[in-house]
Design a protein. Sequence first.
Length: 102
Amino acid sequence: MDAVRPLGIPTRACSPQPRYCGDFYGQMGNGEPWPEGITVDALVRIVAALPAGITELSCHPGLGDDFDSVYGSERAEEVGVLCDPRVRAALAEHHIRLVSHQ
């Protein structure tokens, strides 16, 4: 962890371990669509409820119809929600800084 800290590189296998949040998801446990799970309001509520510290928010955004997946249509919806200015405002309001694993 000390080696990557000066570089600002996020890590998954570190201490303290980041919390995982898989709440931003557009399907139910049985695979049925659940569009209410991937709305701007849903993501703003998730952001507001995050505890202090590092959290990995899992999501599956993507554009295009060339991706064969049972989660295909939801991926484009996630892109729209993630890019919505209200989400950016909620992140700023709650002092959340985004980082990437890439």
